[in-house]
Write a protein that binds this ligand. Structure first.
Ligand SMILES: NC(=O)c1ccc[n+]([C@@H]2O[C@H](COP(=O)([O-])OP(=O)(O)OC[C@H]3O[C@@H](n4cnc5c(N)ncnc54)[C@H](OP(=O)(O)O)[C@@H]3O)[C@@H](O)[C@H]2O)c1
Length: 314
């Protein structure tokens, strides 16, 4: 491993029991060592995802068991400060973004193959919140196999994942109807989607918005109890995908997708960074907080009610 002069310990956020946000503590931990194919990042920004607090509450024990102490985090923007064996695609000092477990920390390791170079004009707080949503949007859309001119419904279209999925689908020539709250109707219009209010009667409003065109696919990112009507809307479960309602999906034959591959991670970042280069990327950041305020950050994420990513700045 080649490296700069690195400390042996650094700050990371950990929890050692399932429970409330107060379980999150800023602690001194050993700086991780990058393994084969990995790099060590000095983290500049690490975004909060809903999965982080679902894990902390113990809701995901059946799918994603954690060992204590656990450092949350799924993604980061940062500087490459050490290379694991076999890595020649990055150099020390490179500014990158990508999927990175245990990213609520001053240092985190990431797979070299899933990283992208961070353009100098992309702020770290935006970059740190792109990898998960870009990967997830690509994954959902790939499963739906959309063609230009087809009409897609996205539930939760103004959410972090939804916002990227709308942009990728619109870029592909797909007509998008997106559900969102009152606050975000105009934002969806600006992304090129037809907005519809979520809540009771949503599928009727979607039919009205479709104006006679068939809705052939549904990407569900948010909202309880809408999958059965979504299946009825498109005439079967084959082109209905959820990233958020695994239990509701099962009995309906709807696909639940979770966890990307190197290919989807790379494609997601490549697409997001192309939009950024074209000056059209919309990837809102709701707020930034210091690493020490991870509990407050997760509380905000859990409460919902704001648009954009919540990002920790070590
Ligand atoms: N399976 C995976 O691979 C994967 C990956 C990433 C995320 N996820 C999951 O996907 C979900 C969304 O993630 P995110 O990062 O996009 O979250 P987010 O940024 O918090 O967005 C959630 C969006 O859903 C909207 N919403 C609330 N109630 C709704 C309803 N009844 N119908 C439609 N939309 C509604 C919210 O609007 P308001 O602001 O008006 O409340 C908000 O715009 C989370 O549950 C997360 O855990 C899964």
């Amino acid at each position: 491993m080649s490296d700069l002069t690195l400390p042996t310990t650094a700050k990371a956020v950990t929890f050692s029991a399932y429970g409330e946000p107060d379980e999150l503590r800023l602690t001194d931990t050993a700086v991780p060592q990058p393994g084969p194919g990995q790099v060590l990042l000095r983290v500049s920004a690490a975004a909060v995802n809903a999965l982080d607090w679902k894990l902390r509450r113990g809701f995901m024990q059946g799918i994603f068991p954690v060992t204590f102490p656990h450092v949350p985090g799924l993604e980061a923007a940062g500087t490459v400060v050490a290379l694991g064996p076999g890595v020649d695609s990055w150099q020390l000092g490179d500014e990158v973004l990508g999927l990175a477990l245990a990213a609520y920390a001053e240092y985190a390791v990431a797979d070299a193959a899933t990283l992208a170079a961070r353009p100098a004009d992309l702020p770290v707080e935006t970059a740190g919140g792109l990898p998960v949503v870009a990967d997830t949007a690509v994954r959902g859309l790939r499963l739906l196999n959309l063609k230009p001119g087809e009409t897609l419904l996205i539930h939760g279209a103004a959410g972090a994942v939804g916002t990227l999925a709308v942009q990728f689908a619109v870029e592909d020539g797909v007509r998008v109807i997106g559900t969102a709250g009152e606050r975000d109707q105009q934002a969806l219009r600006e992304l090129g989607a037809t907005p519809v209010l979520y809540g009771d009667g949503v599928i009727d409003r979607v039919r009205a918005a479709a104006a006679g065109e068939p809705v052939v696919a549904v990407l569900h990112t948010s909202g309880d109890g809408v999958l059965a009507d979504s299946v009825a809307l498109v005439g079967g479960p084959d082109r209905v995908v959820t990233i958020a309602a695994a239990q509701e999906a099962g009995p309906l034959g709807v696909t639940f997708t979770s966890g990307g591959t190197t290919e989807t991670a790379v494609e997601g970042l490549s697409r997001a960074l192309s939009l950024h280069a074209a000056g059209t990327l919309s990837a809102p950041v709701r707020t930034t907080l210091p690493l020490a305020d991870a509990a407050a950050a997760q509380r905000l994420s859990e409460q919902g009610g704001g648009r954009g990513k919540i990002v920790l700045l070590p």
